[in-house]
Design a protein. Structure first.
Length: 109
């Protein structure tokens, strides 16, 4: 009986971890893909317009990105978009884990 309870507890812990990490990871890859696509196909947009679009994408994909951690830099032959943010995951009540994500998209002419 005790063995079954322990197995159930371990299963529930693993299921909770997947429940916490899965959506965050999916949102990260969707956001990263969208930012890379934006960098590739935004030749005429200004840095400000690109920053506004990245912030809109962050909201769309439930990314807790703050404007101060977003850098859009255009040179004569390249475009770079860098965004850093933290996701806080709760695996157990009272236990938080901060997971840092970095998105770096570059496009060259």
């Amino acid at each position: 009986m005790i063995k079954k309870v322990i197995k159930l507890a371990v299963f529930l812990l693993v299921a909770n971890a997947v429940y916490q990490v899965g959506p965050v990871t999916v949102h990260y890859f969707q956001f990263k893909d969208a930012v890379e696509e934006l960098a590739l196909f935004s030749e005429k947009a200004t840095e400000q317009q690109l920053a506004e679009r990245v912030m809109a994408l962050a909201e769309e994909y439930s990314i807790p990105l703050e404007r101060e951690y977003l850098l859009v830099k255009r040179t004569s032959d390249s475009l770079s978009i860098t965004a850093d943010y933290l996701e806080t995951l709760v695996f157990f009540p009272g236990t938080e884990y901060s997971w840092e994500f970095n998105v770096d998209a570059r496009a060259f002419r």
